[in-house]
Design a protein around this ligand. Sequence first.
Ligand code: 13P
Length: 255
Amino acid sequence: MPRKFFVGGNWKCNGTRESISKIIEEFNKGPSVADADVEVVIGCPFVYADYTREKLRQDWALSVQNCWIGKGGAFTGEISAEMIKDAGIPWVILGHSERRHLPELKESDETVAIKVAYALANGLKVMACIGELLEEREGGQTQAVNERQLKAIAAKLKEEDWKNVVIAYEPVWAIGTGKVATPEQAQEVHEQVRAWVASNVSPSVAAEVRILYGGSVTAKNSAELAGKPDVDGFLVGGASLKPEFLDIVAAYKHK
Ligand SMILES: O=C(CO)COP(=O)(O)O
């Protein structure tokens, strides 16, 4: 089965009702993808999930950007996987580098892995993010870091869980910096990630799991990146708040 191209938008902690309404109006003008070889998912802030769902075209799905590590209860300020599911939101982004590395958050590999397993067990689909820091890349640690992050997640999943996971490779040095990985750099890591999954999960999961690239993806660079064999889509930050996101979605045609 060929891997269906996947374009996720990650709005991060951005937006007002007014700006969301405006950008959705633009998005809703784009061609239908209902029968196209692409899946589109918008990751919005929790508080705007209902508002976004109400306005957003029906052929695009909704995601949130985090969830609590386990069952809900006395965890002030947190949102559980059960609540996300109950609210009718199919996807959650987990392990984003901002959550892994911001000093205020510092989510460990283990925390991310527990969240991924719990969200899957409660019926959500997960965009699981991995990626190396600049100093790790410069220190020749790229593969080791990505594999360490993946290994923590894989250790908690059963083989059938993987059908509800997409992996987002987001090199931290490329996020929000305008410094996109070259198509060759992205392909090299995606190939390593797929090979790791083949050896450590199963060859069939490796063949089917979608590996997204994230980090300064724009309308300009998306077509060439999409042309690489192991790039199955994108997780887009800044450009997912702009009309050019429609052009990034259209990059599936370069597959
Ligand atoms: O972090 C990202 C998506 O999750 C990427 O962000 P930018 O596209 O703004 O670099």
